[in-house]
Ligand binder design. Structure first.
Ligand SMILES: Cc1cc2nc3c(=O)[nH]c(=O)nc-3n(C[C@H](O)[C@H](O)[C@H](O)COP(=O)(O)OP(=O)(O)OC[C@H]3O[C@@H](n4cnc5c(N)ncnc54)[C@H](O)[C@@H]3O)c2cc1C
Length: 449
């Protein structure tokens, strides 16, 4: 069916000009913008929410994974600096051992960094301020400005209307490859990213008055039996009683809802998912209060500002990271960040999860951040060029932060020279500030608490 078309004539004023513009202030975009600014680039960070941190803060996914592969530290640099700032503000107890998905069939032990998302918002503001970059909240990047095959800026919309901003280089950290897609960059095959195939979404929520110690003391087998009982009764929605607790240990930030079949690039789908997520939360809360020790007096304190989206578009870049690359620990001369895993794939349309921790850290090449056919653009975070399974191992927030720091360096070097930088220059700049860019750099071992 041919749809009717509204022809518009727009005159959009250019209101500003920067060396580097970063679209999206989540895990990756925050680091990209701070990194570019610290490299001396005049940098603007544009975020449509009211805070930095993305899925970790306004999405309320309150634990950073990916700093450690088993006991080996694989992410340092500015992500480590942000973690230190959060601890200093009493927003986390730091790195701890954690049994991931403990009510599932095959839980895995990992090292995580659980945090209070509200404190991370404050620490992220301070990190941005320390770098002197400009931050614009409540602003959506709606399109790239493209000249030839090069991105030369972005069009934004905010409460004042529509305007354009020139940039020497744009970093797409939207998670959805929104800028790259708008610029006509090649994408991963769309049949892999349709609603029927993508991983389910999760709407996070926070409960107060939870006896966390009592719940943690329950044997794992009992937790699994409770989860399966809840699924059988149709009151919980996947094999999870997983939550993170903040310092003080009376709140549980719960990763328990699951909404399948969502194409999160469509507002109608997302709207349905938000409503279904809230309905699930009401059901889960009643189940927890009735059946799960520690939750008897739990009260609903907050629901995340945006449902958590695991998967939408990914670019087809100059190189596509594969599951085989990760599992064979393939070395790349242009590796600019290390992944830790786990390979973490939530079952589409089902109640299970597949988890696997690679035996070693894995390298992520710079080419995964470079669109194959569009210049002036670096893509970072969960939209980098990777297969679905590789993305399952590379989408964790510590990895996204490491990729973001690299993207910021790449963008700043290109903005200064007018040329796409060589990998050696990028790696050198990252290492100089404590970044871990190849498996040779990953040596530090986790000391258990
Ligand atoms: C439910 C769920 C649970 C997860 N669990 C964990 C976990 O326990 N630990 C872990 O480390 N990782 C976890 N992940 C993965 C991780 O959160 C994401 O993969 C990671 O946040 C990706 O980082 P990012 O910077 O690419 O995207 P995000 O953190 O999502 O940030 C993208 C940012 O871009 C902004 N944005 C998007 N479009 C625009 C636009 N057009 N204009 C302006 N701003 C825009 C968004 O508002 C957002 O702030 C989970 C993910 C989900 C969904």
């Amino acid at each position: 069916m041919t749809r009717p078309v509204l022809n518009e004539v727009l005159e959009t004023p250019y209101t500003d000009e920067f060396d580097v513009v970063v679209a999206g202030g989540g895990a990756s975009g925050l680091m990209a913008a701070v990194s570019a600014s610290r490299m001396g680039a005049r940098t603007l960070l544009i975020e449509h929410a009211n805070c930095l941190g993305g899925t970790g803060t306004y999405g309320m996914v309150a634990q950073w994974i990916g700093f450690y592969n088993r006991a080996t530290r694989v992410v340092g640099g500015m992500a480590g600096e942000l973690a230190d700032r959060v601890v200093a503000l009493n927003g986390s107890e730091g790195f701890r051992q954690y049994l991931m998905a403990e009510a599932s069939e095959q839980p895995i032990p990992i090292v995580h960094f659980a945090f209070n998302p509200e404190i991370v918002k404050i620490a992220a503001d301070a990190l941005a301020a320390s770098a002197g970059l400009a931050v614009r909240f409540h602003t959506r990047v709606v399109a790239p400005v493209v000249g030839g095959q090069r991105v030369t800026g972005v069009v934004v919309e905010d409460i004042a209307g529509r305007s354009a901003i020139r940039a020497r280089v744009v970093v797409d950290a939207t998670g959805d490859a929104a800028v790259a897609w708008g610029a006509g960059a090649a994408m991963a095959p769309s049949e892999l990213t349709t609603a029927a195939h993508v991983q389910p979404c999760t709407l996070m929520f926070r409960l107060s008055n939870v006896d966390v110690a009592r719940f943690r003391a329950i044997p794992r087998e009992t937790k699994r039996a409770l989860a399966l009982q809840g699924i059988r009764e149709g009151r919980i929605f996947w094999e999870s009683l997983s939550f993170c607790s903040t310092p003080g240990n009376t709140d549980a930030i719960c990763l328990m809802s699951r909404v399948s079949g969502v194409d999160a690039t469509h507002a109608a789908d997302l709207s349905r998912a938000e409503v279904e997520g809230r309905q699930q939360i009401a059901s889960i809360l009643a189940f927890l209060q009735e059946a799960v020790p520690g939750f008897e007096k739990a009260t609903l304190a907050a629901i995340a500002g945006h449902i958590g989206v695991r998967e939408t578009r990914r670019i087809a870049g100059r190189y596509t990271l594969t599951e085989e690359d990760i599992l064979s620990f393939k070395r790349f001369p242009d590796s600019i960040a290390l992944g830790a895993g786990p390979m973490d794939i939530h079952e589409t349309g089902g109640t299970g999860i597949s988890l696997h921790v690679p035996a070693q850290p894995f390298e992520i090449p710079m080419r995964c951040l470079q669109p194959a056919s569009v210049a002036g653009l670096v893509v970072t975070g969960r939209a980098i060029s990777a297969t679905r399974h590789a993305n399952g191992g590379a989408r964790h927030m510590a990895t996204a932060m490491a990729l973001g720091e690299a993207a910021g360096v790449m963008a700043a070097l290109e903005a200064a020279s007018g040329q796409s930088p060589g990998a050696d220059a990028v790696r050198g700049a990252l290492r100089a500030r404590g970044g871990l860019v190849s498996t040779d750099d990953a040596t530090e071992t986790f000391a258990s608490h």
